[in-house]
Every structure is written in structure tokens, then in C-alpha cells.
Design a protein around this ligand. Structure first.
Ligand code: ADP
Length: 198
């Protein structure tokens, strides 16, 4: 029997951390379905179609990976796809509590589906789509955090966003930046400055 796993997420946008997990997952399952959650209540930076196109391009080298979208209950989608497992990533202890709760709830809803957790390479353990978006918004360098095609799409999205904001609104939204990322970016710049001075 073919062992199929679902790797669900928002992937807004997909990062090198997601790719790391996809590559690891594709080695232990016969088929891995990367399933983008179609959340009608929450609009992302990228449309679901854009995210799907990015994921398809960046996983081209993985023969047994397929990209799909779903809405509604994850376990129902998993059964429909004849999957045996759901793959999730654990980056740090902070992910654990939420992921444990989801895994146990999914098991209660559908005992046949197991949740498998995998850890990314250490270099990606601090990486999230949210941070990537905030760094891009602050014109930081995301080239080591996402594949080149995603970096290009991020630059375009930020340019479109700025044009839209300038055309429609006073510049209030431009200040709506998470302060923790402001400091992360400042720190990255300082580190780069230190390296250059050496
Ligand atoms: P969600 O909104 O479901 O958390 P994400 O796209 O943020 O969707 O993440 C999808 C899955 O990928 C989650 O299991 C998340 O823990 C995992 N993930 C996200 N970023 C990384 C990363 N840098 N390394 C490993 N796993 C990650």
C-alpha cells in the first residue's frame, strides 16, 4: 500500500524551512501532498494560486511531491486523499504546545490518521513566513530565507503594496510593523556592519 502523507499549512509565503521539511518528508513517505489551507476568513499576502505556483516550482525536483489546496477539516481531507499521516514541523519548544493540541484533536476526530513531527535543519529553526514578510516589508535581505523565486515574488508584492498604499491611503499602515522585527532587522544590519568593518 502506498503511504501518503499530507503536509498542511498556510505557506504565505513558502520558506526554506518548509522546503527542508518537504524534502525530509518526501524521503520517508511514498507520496507527500503539500496542502495549502484555503482560509476564507484570513487574506494572506499571496493568493492561494500564487502560493501553489511557488510551491510547485520549488518542489519540482521532488518526484513524489504534489501541491494541492483544501478547506474544511484537515482529517477529512486526509481521509479523502487516502493519507496515513499528517506531517508537521516543530521548530522550537514554542511550537510544541500548539502542535500537540492540534495533533491530539485530530486523533480524536480521526484515529486512523497519525501526526508525524519533523525538525528542520538548525539554520531554519527560527524561520517563519511571518518573519520573512516583515523583513521584506522593512527592505531586509531574505535571500537566505526563501528560494530565489519567492524572494522575487516578495519584492514584487512589496512594490505593489507600496504603490497601492500611496494611491489610496495616508501612510499610517506603513508604520504597522511588529516591533520585535524592527529590532531583528536592526540587529541583522548591525551584524552585517560589524562583519564589514572586520
Ligand atoms: P500554519 O499556519 O499551519 O502554522 P505554516 O505555513 O506557518 O502554517 O506552517 C506549516 C507547517 O510548517 C507547520 O507545521 C509549521 O510548524 C511548519 N514550519 C513552518 N516554518 C518552518 C520551519 N522554518 N522549519 C520547519 N517547519 C516549519
Amino acid at each position: 500500500m502506498k503511504r501518503i502523507a499530507i503536509y498542511p499549512g498556510s505557506f504565505d509565503p513558502p520558506t526554506n524551512g518548509h522546503l527542508d521539511l518537504i524534502e525530509r518528508g518526501s524521503k520517508i513517505f511514498d507520496e507527500l501532498i503539500v496542502a495549502i489551507l484555503h482560509n476564507r476568513e484570513k487574506r494572506g499576502l499571496f493568493s492561494v494560486d500564487d502560493r501553489r505556483a511557488m510551491l510547485q516550482e520549488m518542489t519540482q525536483h521532488c518526484q513524489n511531491v504534489r501541491v494541492d489546496t483544501f478547506d474544511g477539516l484537515l482529517v477529512e481531507y486526509a481521509v479523502q486523499q487516502k493519507a496515513v499521516a499528517v506531517l508537521r514541523g516543530i521548530r522550537a519548544i514554542s511550537d510544541y504546545e500548539y502542535e500537540l493540541q492540534m495533533a491530539l484533536m485530530n486523533r480524536k476526530l480521526q484515529p486512523k490518521i497519525e501526526t508525524v513531527f519533523m525538525m528542520p535543519a538548525e539554520a531554519y529553526s527560527y524561520l517563519s513566513s511571518r518573519l520573512v514578510k516583515e523583513i521584506a516589508r522593512l527592505h531586509g535581505d531574505v535571500s537566505t530565507l526563501v528560494p530565489p523565486l519567492v524572494a522575487r515574488r516578495l519584492r514584487e508584492a512589496m512594490r505593489d503594496r507600496r504603490t497601492r498604499l500611496q494611491a489610496l491611503e495616508p501612510p499610517t499602515e506603513a508604520h504597522e510593523i511588529d516591533s520585535s522585527v524592527g529590532s531583528v532587522t536592526a540587529e541583522l544590519k548591525t551584524r552585517r556592519g560589524i562583519r564589514r568593518r572586520k
